[in-house]
Design a protein around this ligand. Structure first.
Ligand SMILES: [Zn+2]
Length: 407
């Protein structure tokens, strides 16, 4: 059983854009054979019959197509790949934010908005948020990333400037609110917390309630390839997003989501593009119709000494421990083999100092992959309390697992 975010009546006038993406993909030498049997995309059924694109496929296509914006600059953004030369995605100035603005009014002219998404290094979020703020006509403080010694000064600047809105990845927002809370500082004028880039962290709700009791969350969902697919407002659950009419979302096998862009300005040929996220289409409790509920990634299985480790299961187990606000699995590899696995625990007040050893024993006895992989060197599996998890310096995102290469 498959389903689409839009009805046939809503989607079909725009399917010419999907048709154009198909024709472009058919010109890519590495991809043409798979599309040989597909010529016309006139209905939703035709779309669901096309083979999906996975991340590398789109990079192969873009390397060949080198799209150019019709009447603005063409911006290059890093698309996937955390090592070596960046893979490149394209977007025109404006970053398709008019379509977002038409359906989602998170900011207005009276807002004083801190853009705390990191800028530079070919990451798109800061610029996308700037384009959105431009449409809202608000005041913008283009802050980007700051270092850990700078939070206190900037937070007092926010108070002085009567900042009403802040936006960033949930990992970065947590740093802002945790620092404010630790300093006993409040942001009485703050009403809006915009977020994009990773799943909402439940721990943020608690910090926001203490620091800015009038603030509510406003979320966007998307990727560097698709740009913004959907949005939510404070009345919607944090994992549910109302999809834009220019984005066709399809739920395929294994609940895997794929995305087809119906925006005629889109430079990336996004046709059944899979991000690795799973989801379902449900009615939103806010009453504004169906939403895409994101169930998380389906690729959170990493190989440890030839055995699959389900990272989400490990994280769920340790994050249930009192005083653990978040956890991360760090795999250290030497010549392609896992030399050690460490589970880092980001702790808060109420954390029991004996818990790491106990959790380590529990994980070893309950997780087949760990007990088998580390049978002969159990000391290579550790659980450690920490004050900071490992974040991506470029995006500020904190992944559930990190693989490090040991020289
Ligand atoms: Zn809703």
């Amino acid at each position: 059983m498959t389903s689409f975010s839009l009805t046939a009546a809503a989607a079909e006038p725009r399917l010419t854009v999907a048709q154009r993406s198909l024709q472009r993909l058919k010109t890519v030498p590495g991809l043409a054979p798979r599309y040989a049997d597909h010529d016309k995309l006139l209905t939703l059924d035709d779309i669901s019959g096309v083979p999906p694109l996975v991340k590398d496929d789109l990079n192969v296509a873009l390397a060949h197509l080198e799209p150019k914006a019709a009447d603005s600059a063409t911006w290059l953004f890093q698309s996937g790949g955390s090592t070596g030369a960046p893979k490149v995605g394209y977007a025109p100035t404006g970053f398709y934010m008019q379509g977002v603005w038409d359906h989602w009014k998170a900011l207005d002219r009276d807002d004083v908005f801190v853009n705390a998404w990191g800028a530079g290094r070919m990451w798109g979020a800061h610029f996308l948020a700037a384009a959105y703020a431009d449409l809202a006509g608000c005041q913008v403080i283009a802050l980007g990333s700051v270092t850990k010694d700078e939070y206190a000064d900037w937070l007092s600047f926010f108070v002085t400037r009567r900042v009403t809105a802040i936006g960033g990845t949930p990992s970065v927002l947590r740093l802002w609110f945790a620092n404010a809370r630790a300093a006993g500082l409040t942001l009485p004028d703050l009403r809006k917390v915009l977020w994009l880039g990773e799943a909402w962290h439940a721990a943020l709700d608690e910090d926001i309630a203490a620091v800015a009791p009038n603030a509510q969350r406003w979320g966007m969902f998307g990727s560097t390839e698709t740009w913004v697919v959907g949005t939510n407002s404070p009345q919607c659950p944090a994992d549910c997003f109302h999809t834009l009419p220019e984005q066709l979302v399809h739920v395929g096998d294994g609940d895997l989501l794929d995305f087809t862009t119906l925006n005629p300005e889109m430079l990336n040929p996004v046709l059944r593009y899979q991000t690795g996220d799973a989801g379902e289409l449900v009615e939103c409790p806010c009453g504004n119709g169906p939403v895409m509920r994101v169930l998380g990634r389906r690729d959170n299985v990493v190989q440890v000494r030839g055995l699959g480790l389900h990272v989400d299961d490990v994280l769920a187990q340790v994050e249930g421990e009192p005083g653990v606000s978040r956890a991360q699995v760090v795999i250290t590899e030497q010549r392609g083999r896992a030399s050690s696995v460490e589970v880092l625990l980001l702790t808060t007040a109420g954390f029991d100092a004996d818990a790491p050893q106990r959790l380590r024993q529990e994980l070893l006895s309950s997780t087949f992959t760990l007990s088998t992989a580390f049978l002969h060197d159990p000391q290579s599996f550790q659980v450690t309390a920490t004050s900071a998890l490992i974040a991506n310096e470029r995006t500020g995102k904190t992944a559930g697992f990190v693989v490090r290469e040991q020289p």
